[in-house]
Design a binder for this molecule. Structure first.
Ligand code: PMP
Length: 395
C-alpha cells in the first residue's frame, strides 16, 4: 500500500524477527491469569504481568464484576459528561479520593487517557512542562498535544531539573511531570526532592503512580505516600490496569482542577466511561488492597529474594529496587532470542526494546506478583540463569 510504503521500507525489525523465528509479541494466553498461565497449550510461569497485587484472578473481584454486569449491563454507551455516569463511578471516585488523600478524583477509561488528557490541558502557550526523559509514552503524547514550552530533564537528575527550572520565566506556570516507579527499569523517582525544587521555583507537580500503587506505601497508596509527600504533590495519577486488576485510570487533585478538566480534558469528555464490570472490579480491588496488607508484604519478600538472586548470578539489573526487574541484554536480537528460549523452557518474560527504552538499553523485563510462591521464583531464576549463560551474558 502506497500509504505505508516509506515506513515499511524503513522499519523492517518485526519482519526480520519473524523470519528468524524469534518474534516475541502477541503471545496469546488461554487460561486464568495466575502466576502459571497456558500458552500454546503449555503451562508457563508468568513473570511479565503488571498486576503486582496478583488480584487479577481473585474470585471476589470476579464476582463483583459479574454482579455489576448483571445490574448495569455490559457497557456505558457514552461519555461520563453525558449519559455515561453510573453511581458506581461516583463511588469509585470518592473512595479513591479518600484513599489517595485528595479533594477530588476523576476516572478515565484508561491510564493512557489520563496522562494524555491532563498533561495536554493544564498549561498554556506561555507556560512550561518539565519532564523526565524516561517518562511514560502517555505523558509524552500529552506533552506533544500541549502548546506549552517543553523542557526535558535527565533521568532522575535533580540538578538537571533545577537547571531547566532556572530557564523558565518566573511568573509563568510550570508543571513538573514524572513517573514514580519507571515502568521498564523499575527505578524510583525522588519525589521528595522534586517537591522541594517545585516549592523553590513555584512549580506544580504531577506524579504518575501507575507502578507505585499497590506496591509502595501503607495500603499500597504509592510512592508519594511512602516518601511522605503526597500532600505536596498537586496531581497524583493512577491506573486500574495494573494492581487494581481492571481497566481505567484516575487523576486525584484539587476540586478547582478537576472542575476544569471535567469540562476541557478531551480524552475524558470524548470517550465512553469504563464498563460497569471494570468499575466494580476496581472498587473491590481497592477494598482488598487495604484489607489484606499481607499481599504487599509477600510481594516485597519475593522482590527482595529475586533481586538478591539476580545480583548473585551476576545479572546487570540497573537501579531497580522494585518488583520490576530489568535484566539488561543490550542487543535486540539476543533479547528476542532469550524471550523465545525462556518461553520454550516454561518462563514468560517481556522483551523491551526501543522506543520503550533507549536503543542501547534493550532488556528483559521480569516482574513479580504477590501471588508468586518462592518455589516459582526460584524456578524462574534458575531457568533464566541457564539461558543467560547460554547467551554469554553471565558467568
Ligand atoms: N503510565 C505508566 C507509567 C504506564 O506504565 C502505563 C501503562 N503501561 C500507563 C500510564 C497507561 O496506563 P493504562 O494501561 O491504564 O492505559
Amino acid at each position: 500500500m502506497k500509504l505505508l510504503q516509506a515506513k515499511l521500507d524503513k522499519y523492517q525489525e518485526p519482519q526480520k524477527a519473524k523470519a528468524a523465528g524469534i518474534y516475541p509479541y502477541f503471545r496469546a494466553i488461554s487460561s486464568e491469569q495466575d502466576p502459571e498461565v497456558t500458552i500454546n497449550g503449555r503451562k508457563v510461569l508468568m513473570f511479565g504481568s503488571n498486576c503486582y497485587t496478583g488480584l487479577v484472578n481473585d474470585p471476589r473481584i470476579k464476582e463483583a464484576a459479574i454482579e455489576a454486569t448483571r445490574k448495569y449491563g455490559t457497557g456505558c454507551a457514552g461519555s461520563p459528561f453525558l449519559n455515561g455516569t453510573l453511581d458506581i463511578h461516583k463511588e469509585l471516585e470518592a473512595r479513591i479520593a479518600e484513599y489517595i488523600g485528595k479533594e477530588d478524583v476523576m476516572i478515565y477509561s484508561t491510564g493512557f487517557g489520563v496522562n494524555l488528557g491532563v498533561v495536554s490541558t493544564l498549561t498554556g502557550r506561555e507556560d512550561y512542562i518539565l519532564w523526565d526523559e524516561q517518562d511514560h509514552a502517555s505523558i509524552i503524547e500529552g506533552l506533544r498535544l500541549s502548546f506549552s514550552k517543553k523542557l526535558k530533564y535527565r533521568h532522575r537528575d535533580l540538578d538537571s531539573l533545577e537547571k531547566q527550572l532556572q530557564k523558565c520565566e518566573p511568573d509563568k506556570a510550570k508543571l513538573i511531570v514524572t513517573d514514580s516507579v519507571f515502568s521498564m527499569e523499575g527505578d524510583v523517582a525522588d519525589v521528595k526532592g522534586i517537591v522541594e525544587l517545585a516549592k523553590k521555583y513555584d512549580a506544580t507537580v504531577m506524579v504518575d503512580e501507575a507502578h507505585g500503587i499497590g506496591v509502595f506505601g501503607e495500603g499500597g497508596r504509592g510512592v508519594c505516600h511512602a516518601q511522605g509527600v503526597a500532600a505536596d504533590v498537586d496531581l497524583i495519577m493512577g491506573t486500574f490496569s495494573k494492581s487494581f486488576a481492571s481497566l481505567g485510570g484516575f487523576i486525584a487533585t484539587d476540586k478547582e482542577i478537576t472542575n476544569f478538566l471535567r469540562h476541557h480534558s478531551r480524552s475524558y469528555i470524548f470517550t465512553a466511561s469504563p464498563t460497569p464490570a471494570a468499575t466494580a472490579a476496581a472498587l473491590k480491588a481497592l477494598e482488598l488492597m487495604q484489607e489484606e496488607p499481607e499481599r504487599q508484604e509477600h510481594l516485597w519478600e519475593m522482590t527482595n529474594y529475586a533481586l538478591e538472586g539476580f545480583r548473585a548470578m551476576g545479572c546487570e539489573i540497573g537501579h531497580t529496587s522494585t518488583p520490576i526487574i530489568p535484566l539488561f541484554v543490550r542487543d535486540n536480537y539476543k533479547t528476542f532470542g532469550i524471550t523465545r528460549d525462556l518461553l520454550e523452557d516454561g518462563v514468560f518474560v517481556n522483551p523491551v526494546v526501543s522506543p520503550a527504552v533507549a536503543p542501547q538499553d534493550t532488556l528483559i523485563r521480569f516482574s513479580l506478583m504477590a501471588t508468586h510462591t518462592k518455589e516459582q521464583v526460584t524456578e524462574g531464576l534458575e531457568k533464566i540463569q541457564k539461558v543467560f549463560r547460554a547467551y554469554g551474558l553471565i558467568p
